[in-house]
Each structure stands twice: as C-alpha cells, then as structure tokens.
Design a protein around this ligand. Sequence first.
Ligand SMILES: [Zn+2]
Length: 299
Amino acid sequence: MAFALCLRAMPLINTVLQYFEPIAHALLLSGLAFFVLVEGRSPRISAPPDKWPRLQIHVGLYVLGAVTMALVFEPLNTQAMVWGAALGWSGIAGADWPTWAKIIAGVLAMDLLQYLLHVLSHYVPWWWRLHKIHHSDTFMDASTSIRHHPLETLVNAFVLVLLMAALQIPIYAIALYALLQQFHALFCHSNLNLPLGVDKYLRWIVVTPDMHAVHHSVRMDEGNSNFGMVFPWWDHIFRSYCAAPRVGRLGMRFGITELAATRQMHVLDLLGFPFWRVRPAVAKAPVVAVKPKRSKRRH
Ligand SMILES: [Zn+2]
C-alpha cells in the first residue's frame, strides 16, 4: 500500500526535486509569515519592542546564506557526490528494501547526522564561533530559526553532504527531510503558547518549543542540551536531554553571556562577530594598550 502510494507520488517528487530551491525558499518564507501571525495572536512571552528590526536582521542573514549557498555550494556538492560514489557501496539507496523503508531510514539518518553536527558545533571552538550567532538572540521566536551566519550554513551543508554521500541516503528522503526540518525549525523556535498538556506528549514525538527553549538558555550547562533537530529521541539515547530550565520557562533568559549586556546586533555586527578577538560584554570600555612613557630626557 505504502509502496504503491510512493510510486504514484513519484512524478510529484520529481517536480519538487527539479525546482527544490525555489520551493524550499517559498515554503520557508510562507511558514515564517504564518508563525509571525500566529505568535502575534497567542504568544508564550510578550514580544520585545525590537521584534520587527529583529525580523529584518534575520531575513537579511537568511538571504545572505541563500546567496552564499547559490554561489559556492553547487561545485562542493558535485565533488561530494563523486567522493561518495568512489566509496563503492550502495548504502541506503541501494539496499534491497521497499521504498517506504528507505524513506524512513533516510529521514532518521538525516536527523541523526543533524544531531551530531549540532553537538560538534557546540564543542568544536571554531564551529561554535559560527554557531553562536544563532544563540546570540536574546529572544526566541520563529525568526530565530533563520538567524545563522552564512559561513555556518555553508560549513554545515558541506559536512552534511559528505556524510549523506557516504551513507548514500536516497535523494527523495533528503528532500523530504529538508522540507520537514525547515518547517519544524520554525515551529520549535516559535513563541507559540502551546498548552503544557500538549507539549508534555508532543515532545515524545518531535522537539517542541519548550524543549528547544532550554537549548537557547544563557546558562551553557542548559544550552549544551537538547541538540535534537526534529526528533527528540537522540537526546534521550545520548543523554543530552534536559526537561526544563532551572528557573522555569517564563523566568529563563535567552542568549549568550558574551552579549548579555549589549545591544541588539545588526547584520554586519553579526557577520563579524565570529572574528571578534575580545568578548564584547567585557570590552564595553575600549581596551587601550598602555605604552611606557618615554623620558623626555635624551641620553
Ligand atoms: Zn545550538
């Protein structure tokens, strides 16, 4: 039954794959507009006064990320496919399984890879420098999901495509997961006032906004938990799950300590942030090198 449905859906899948980039961008921006509307009607926490400037900053970063990917990613993607093929095994795509099983295996493999990449982006110092742009948001709503440094978008995509090629994940599973993850990222960052009873059960199936909020805590012992992208199971399996922030969802603070005392940063600030040498919260007073005074007396 499921196999027959998959076969019948193939022309649709081929069309989606052919126009994947514009479809993905259109769905993301429509989804963002939808969540902005719904969050406005039923927010979990009152939105800050800079809600609209934040949205513009996040859309700006998204556009820069999309342009970077369009310019640089295609040759890297092609090369990764060549390396993947050179491994000489057929992976999930070539397994003697029904199509529906390959889709499930491919989607689960993608989510596990995303979980592992997310953990690495917290613990590998140079990777964290890029990823902390996402964590530097002092509020969390659906637009936070597109607050990424373009270099992080590129690095993650490149590493992911190498791993996908190594596992030979079927292209239709990759496309399905990409659309699912994109929509889910908007949901799990959203400021929706989801009833606690719904959250309690839903977080066994997908990562919910309350579960992901812990990951954006300014306390890094809480921030280094709940790395899951779409499914929460990896956090349970690898013991990185944290049910709630210590001070509760409504009392917690978002962001990173480096920026706790500073203003909202704009696109150019955020692009340069990974390369700053000094911690900006500490560097409020300009650091001036003190040169030893020269004696006016000449010897
Ligand atoms: Zn993170």
